[in-house]
Each structure stands twice: as structure tokens, then as C-alpha cells.
Write a protein that binds this ligand. Structure first.
Ligand code: TXA
Ligand code: MG
Length: 333
């Protein structure tokens, strides 16, 4: 099949909506990463997502809505804290786990009694959901275990010939997947950190990062599976100060390997690497997050063997960055 990449004008958004209604799957932009979307009520369409991504069947999808009224179709009544969270952070980069209504096919939720719901802020995502007039189930638009796609071209790299349409909405504002939260007993649990940070959520209610339930099972099935892996080996250099990081990078440098560097200013000499992205200034965590996956993917395209990156302070957005890099890394030094 031919995969078309089309600009987001009215005609093409209507075409995207028609494909959704015909049980096809499409690539579309959100402000976090691109999604691979299907009509949430169509088992047949949702099955195509799992097949195209080669996604384990036990890893549930996020359901995307454009209007609050759509929430009633999907989830049971929200408690006050859940209402406060969606009032404050929607539309935006936050998904919330809620009690699912039986009308949602089991394939979407991997048979759980809960469902992840998100209202994206991206105008194109919103227009597509509204035009299709159904909530759209969508994981990130990448092959399973690969870094998420942050532009239409990266979606095409993974799904050329496997899907009919990608709507191009340029590169994503945040570049990391949404924060996933679940409320229990008046506490907000962060299952996956993202651009809505712990510091922001703490203003609403006590907030903790929580990977596992009391019986040891993961809060989020996705935790079990590999993620964000480029083909290149990722070396994560840990250290509390620039000198320590600099020394460790010096040791990790290897003239016989095609190496790339991704990190902050004044730590390395660009000439030592085949490619590098060196972010300047004190407050560049936002850029670090936004460009991380595209850097990984660009490295793979030119056959980089090793990517050296380094620790960033795990505060605010830094926590989400460290979560992704830790998962992507093959070696921590
Ligand atoms: O920013 C994003 O969240 C992007 C865009 C497209 O919205 N989507 C995304 O989807 O990253 P995905 O499928 O790559 O990640 C969804 C995560 C997985 O870790 C999954 O395990 C978790 O959400 N999840 C989904 N439903 C869940 C549930 N009922 N309970 C716990 N975790 C759930
Ligand atoms: Mg994903």
C-alpha cells in the first residue's frame, strides 16, 4: 500500500476522518509525539495498530478525546481530584487512568478495568477527532521498542507501506510522551513522567512516582517492555558536576567507533564526534527533551554505533528526560 503524507488542510483532515471511520489507522501529530490512531470502538482497526507496531497485546492504548463530553462515553464518573486534574491540565500532555466503561473493546485496554484518556492540545489532533466524531485510540507512532516519532518523516520511516495516511503537523512541541497519572486514595501517582511535572501536580494533591503496585505488579503494563531504543548503543554518563561528567566522557570516547554526543554546553569538543547536538545555556532542558528522539533516529540513519549522553538534574522536566534515557541506555557509567 502507498503511504501518503499530507498537510493538515480541511480536505485532508476530512480524508483522515473518513479513513478512521473505515477502520483504517493513520499517523497524526500531537504536542507530545505523533500518534497512530484508530476508531476506539472498532476492534478491527485497533488490531491493525498492534499489528503495524508489533506491539505486545498486554500493553494498553491511550484514548484521545477532543471534548469533555466524550469522556462520558469512555469512563465512569470522575472523583473530585480527577476532575480537578483534567480541568487544570487538559487539553495538554497528560493522560489519566480511569475506570473504563464496558463499551470500550478489551483490545484497547488489554483487558484491564481501567483506561488511559488524554485530551491533546494540538489543533490538528483536535480537528481529526472532531471530524471523525469518535474518540481515537492511539499509542505513539513508532515500531515497538523504538524511540517515539516527533515528525511526520519519522512516522513514515517506521510505517511506509503499512498505513495509508500520515497527517503532517511539523515537529512536536514537547518531544516526549505525555505524563500518565492515576489517582488512588487522594494521592496522584505518576506512572510515566512527562511535561506535566511532579512539581505541577503537587500543587493539586500529594504526588508520588509509582511504578509498582503493592503486590509487585507494574502500575502500567508498558513498564515491562523495552522502550526508546535506537540501534546505536546508548552510553549514559552519570555525574553531579561538569568535571565528573567531562572526565567520564573522556574515558568513553573511542576513536575506532562512530560515536555521537548529545548533551549540554562546554562538556565536550564537537570535533571528537561524528555528530553532536550541544545545547547551550542554562535552561535548555526543554530543548533536550524536544530533540532527544529525533537525535536518536538521525544517528541510526547515518549508522552511528554509540551515542554518549549525560545525566541532567532530575527536577521538573529533567525527571522525564532521565526516565527515557535510563530506559534507552545500554551502559551507565
Ligand atoms: O503522549 C502520549 O502519551 C502519546 C500520544 C500519541 O498521545 N501516546 C503514547 O502512547 O505515548 P503509548 O501507547 O506509547 O504509551 C501509553 C502508556 C503505556 O506505557 C501504557 O502501558 C500506559 O500508557 N497505559 C495505557 N493504559 C493504561 C492503563 N489502563 N493502566 C495503566 N497504564 C496504562
Ligand atoms: Mg510508545
Amino acid at each position: 500500500m502507498e503511504t501518503k503524507v499530507l498537510k493538515a488542510n480541511r480536505t485532508n483532515i476530512e480524508y483522515a476522518a473518513r479513513l478512521i471511520m473505515q477502520d483504517e489507522i493513520i499517523g497524526f501529530p500531537t504536542e507530545t509525539v505523533y500518534g497512530l490512531g484508530a476508531n476506539v470502538f472498532s476492534k478491527k482497526a485497533v488490531a491493525k495498530i498492534f499489528k503495524a507496531k508489533d506491539r505486545p497485546a498486554d500493553n494498553p492504548l491511550i484514548v484521545h478525546i477532543a471534548e469533555l463530553s466524550q469522556l462520558e462515553e469512555i469512563a465512569f464518573n470522575l472523583n473530585n481530584l480527577e476532575k480537578q486534574i483534567v480541568d487544570l491540565f487538559w487539553p495538554g500532555p497528560l493522560s489519566i487512568i480511569l475506570k473504563v466503561k464496558p463499551v470500550i473493546p478489551k483490545i484497547v485496554t488489554a483487558g484491564l478495568d481501567t483506561v488511559a484518556v488524554r485530551m491533546p492540545a494540538h489543533p490538528i489532533a483536535k480537528q481529526i477527532i472532531n471530524a471523525a466524531n469518535v474518540p481515537i485510540a492511539a499509542p505513539s507512532a513508532n515500531l515497538s521498542s523504538k524511540p517515539s516519532a516527533t515528525s511526520a518523516q519519522y512516522v513514515l520511516d517506521d510505517f511506509k507501506g503499512k498505513i495509508l495516511l500520515i497527517i503532517d503537523g511539523d515537529s512536536c512541541q514537547f518531544g516526549l510522551e505525555s505524563t500518565v497519572v492515576k489517582v488512588t486514595n487522594g494521592q496522584i501517582n505518576i506512572l510515566r513522567p512527562g511535561a506535566i511535572t511532579k512539581e505541577m501536580l503537587e500543587k493539586v494533591a500529594p504526588t508520588e512516582y509509582k511504578k509498582f503496585q503493592q503486590d509487585g505488579t507494574p502500575m502500567s503494563p508498558g513498564v515491562k517492555h523495552p522502550h526508546y531504543n535506537p540501534n546505536a548503543k546508548v552510553i549514559l554518563v552519570m555525574g553531579d558536576n561538569k568535571r565528573e561528567i567531562k572526565e567520564k566522557i573522556y574515558i568513553a570516547k573511542n576513536k575506532t567507533k562512530k560515536q555521537a554526543f548529545y548533551g549540554f554546553d562546554k562538556i565536550v569538543d564537537e570535533k571528537d564526534f561524528v555528530i553532536s547536538m550541544i545545547l547551550k545555556g542554562e535552561d535548555c532542558l526543554y530543548e533536550y527533551a524536544k530533540n532527544l528522539y529525533s537525535f536518536f533516529r538521525d544517528c541510526d540513519k547515518i549508522g552511528i554505533e554509540e551515542i554518549i549522553t549525560h545525566q541532567v538534574p532530575a527536577k521538573g522536566l529533567g525527571h522525564a528526560i532521565m526516565n527515557r534515557i535510563n530506559k534507552a541506555s545500554d551502559l551507565v557509567v
